[in-house]
Write a protein of this length. Sequence first.
Length: 338
Amino acid sequence: MVSGGSRALDAVGVVLAAAATLPLVFWRRNVLAVFVLTTIASCTLNLLHYPPGPPVGATIALFLFAATGGVTRRTLALVTVLLAAHVATAGIGERSFPTAPLIFGIVVWTLAVFVGDRARLRRERRAALDQRAKADERTRIARDLHDSVGHAINVILVQAGAARLLRERDPDRSEAALQTIEDVARQTITEIDALVRALRDDDSGNGHIEAQPGLAALDTLLSRHRVTGLDITLHREGTPRPLPRQVDQAAYRILQEALTNAARYGTGRAEIDLRSSEHELELTIRNPVSDPTTTAEGGGHGLTGMRERAELLSGSLSTRIDDGSFVVHARLPLETHA
């Protein structure tokens, strides 16, 4: 025996001490069973009058249990019973009222449950945010795919018709139309390949697409539509400045979709106003239409996609019929995304 009536550490004590800690190695298999086993072993050490010590194994197991599965009412009752048993056995081992073990046990195990539960909630919030980010990325990719394919199909359709009509009358323009079809098809295949690869790699965190077109490709976009016979007037106002990537890509896609609509529903003319300021980029696209009902405000996935692009950047996009013309007006703030 040691001083104070404690039992000297022997083989049984070593086995019980091991049982109070070593099961932690298997906590991933059944953390609740590990908690119960380590607590019972610690209680047994107290009952057999071995030198008292903090229930380190049981406390760690309790933390892991709260951090992984969460503490419910049923398991909270079990934790309370095991805490009472540990305190009681500590009192029996010391042959006195267990004031210190009681306070220590309540404080430490309450902290273990609280900290573990906070860690679990924080991890779940991070997982939810990650899933939301992936869902937003998939939506963005689907929007890009719609815009890219829709634009390409419309350009190819118009160019193919032009090539057929001009085949004998104007072979050079017919050849230019076929060349445009080839260029648009090649670029669209490249974009689709990048978008599909991003979807395929999304789970590995590589779904972000860097090489999407921006306003640097605006001249090419206008040239392709002009070849189809669309008369486009571009007016720039303000000092051009480097744009944040998100704003640059959104502006290009909005212009792309607006010109596609102008080619489909307009009368062959479109006016673009680009106004750059220190705080925002403003786009206005106006094209006369023969039948305003075909481009009614808010209709179609393309208009919805344009509006979503602007709103995702804390901007705005509106459409209206004004004096026989369909008008798209977008405001994209710059400072938030610099």
